[in-house]
Design a protein around this ligand. Structure first.
Ligand code: DGL
Length: 265
């Protein structure tokens, strides 16, 4: 049994395209509909109520597109998504649990830093997941609010002295923590890997894309929702902001996709 309906993917902006990129590699036969809510980005400095309303609006749009599953390619939105199960029965996959689990397996010494938006850190979602594991009696975790990194990515200021300065200043305190693993707990932060590794050269950076994609695969297989093998993959990208601006912002996205369209939610 197969299901050729699309998979919805969304983020507050362009960060989730890092997850989309992994998903396209892992699922060559699937149709993806990505929404970047760039008009309302950043989410990470908004109240929970505001974020929940924005998340509801994007989800309703995706449900109207008849998606078979939704990947919330945004940690901040994942922290504010428990209400979505009232809207639909389709699988809704967040990024936090798969990413935290993956980090748990990766780290040897369990000295792990989580870099995320202010709202994600304040939600204590990573903390409640990581600290409840017995294995984490060992090591120390560090939770760092980095919402200013989101702006660097949305404003396309990566790979500059300016971005290095902001990242170095913020992460300087982690230099002597004997970290072996850093969770990029915001999907925008993979685009700042170079800057982060410059300050913390000996750590493994854990991006949400792969762990979330592998988890999605398990869910779709179990529910017999995978697209048929002979179907060509399609990627459709929508933004609530300006389509040309988004095209500029995701120039690094090297997968085939249809022209970006603006939507009003
Ligand atoms: N990319 C989002 C995340 O993973 C956050 C960006 C924002 O603050 O809007 O948390």
């Amino acid at each position: 049994m197969n299901d050729n309906r699309p998979i919805g993917v969304f983020d507050s902006g362009v960060g989730g395209v890092t997850v989309l990129s992994k998903l396209v590699e892992l699922f060559p036969n699937e149709e993806f509909i990505y929404v970047g809510d760039t008009l309302n980005c950043p989410y990470g400095i908004k109240s929970s109520e505001e974020i929940q309303n924005l998340v509801t609006n994007v989800t309703k749009f995706l449900l109207e597109q008849n998606v078979k599953a939704i990947v919330i390619a945004c940690n901040t939105a994942t922290c504010n998504s428990s209400h979505l199960s009232k809207l639909t029965n389709i699988p809704i996959i967040g990024v936090i649990e798969p990413t935290a689990k993956y980090a748990l397996k990766t780290s040897q010494n369990k000295n792990i830093a989580v870099l995320a938006t202010n709202a994600t850190i304040d939600s204590h979602k990573y903390e409640s997941y990581l600290e409840k594991r017995k294995i984490f009696k060992k090591g120390i975790r560090y939770y760092v609010k980095c919402s200013e990194f989101v702006t660097l990515v949305e404003e396309m200021k990566m790979n500059t002295d300016y971005s290095q300065d902001i990242v170095s200043t913020k992460l300087n305190e982690l230099k002597n923590c004997n970290l072996d693993t850093v969770i990029l707990g915001c999907t925008h932060f993979g685009l700042l890997s170079k800057e982060i590794n410059q300050v913390l050269p000996n750590v493994k950076l854990i991006d949400c894309g792969k762990p979330t994609g592998l988890y999605l695969k398990k869910v779709l297989k179990k529910r017999k929702l995978l697209a048929s093998d002979d179907k060509d993959g399609i990627v459709k990208i929508y933004t609530t902001g300006d389509a040309d601006t988004m095209a500029q912002q995701i120039q690094w996205f090297d997968k085939d996709h249809q022209p970006i369209k603006k939507i009003i939610l």
